[in-house]
Design a protein. Structure first.
Length: 232
């Protein structure tokens, strides 16, 4: 997945709605299509916002609103409360949609897309180019990419693979390039020498597995002797 981009991951056939679409029609659309959100586009194809299941639930909950208490009214913000009321009671996509969009470009790496979703606790990002919608990347798309066979596996020389593994190790403060020896044969990385802990051994294996061109990892390291700890 590390070599994939948003364009590779996205669903290109996206169901969209115009801003005047009634809320009830959007709810039926989500249920009939088995989707959880629809972007809202204007007549030129520009993205105005997105209506999600959460927006519709907020709209449903708005019907049960209770008058604010006298104490709460002392700290009311008219502009904020008016916007909240419109979203909670609106009848069209334009009223209830989320306008603070999270988007990426088509060449954004898959790892950055995943990190963005994790940091913002969101389920999807829009893929835009020149303000126009190209597709949507959802968490499901990321999971499919993660488990998909890596047909595009690189064929690199063993020397290049070893150099790439060593370079990756040098970037990590916990990786010991002095007491850990790296050998590569037919794309399979062999770890020899000493390791400080089981956690370091596991991390080294994961690091090597993520280097392009690596076909497998054999960990033959052994725990570092006590006398060597005093020397480092």
């Amino acid at each position: 997945m590390t070599r994939l981009s948003a364009r590779d991951l996205m669903t290109a056939e996206v169901v969209t709605v115009p801003p005047a679409t009634p809320v009830l029609s959007i709810a039926r659309l989500l249920a009939d299509r088995g989707i959880s959100a629809v972007p809202v586009l204007d007549g030129t194809g520009r993205v105005l916002g997105i209506v999600t299941e959460a927006d519709l639930i907020r709209r449903l909950a708005g019907e049960a609103d209770h008058p604010a208490s006298w104490l709460a009214s002392l700290f009311a913000n008219a502009e904020r409360d008016a916007a909240r009321y419109a979203r909670a009671h609106g009848v069209t996509a334009a009223d209830v949609m989320t306008t603070e969009l999270v988007s990426v470009g088509p060449t954004t790496p898959a790892a950055e897309v995943a990190q963005m979703m994790e940091e913002r606790s969101i389920r999807r990002v829009l893929v835009l180019e020149g303000g126009k919608l190209l597709g949507i990347v959802s968490r499901a798309d990321l999971l499919r990419a993660l488990v998909a066979p890596q047909n595009e596996a690189l064929e690199l020389s063993d020397d290049r693979v070893r150099g790439a593994v060593m370079a990756a190790m040098r970037k990590q403060p916990w990786a010991d390039t002095f007491y850990t020896l790296i050998d590569v044969k037919d794309g399979v990385v062999e770890l020899n020498g000493f390791s400080r802990s089981a956690e370091v051994q596991r991390a080294l294996r994961v690091l090597a597995e993520n280097v392009p061109g690596v076909k497998g990892v054999k960990d033959k390291t052994t725990p570092m002797p006590a006398y060597l700890y005093t020397a480092v």
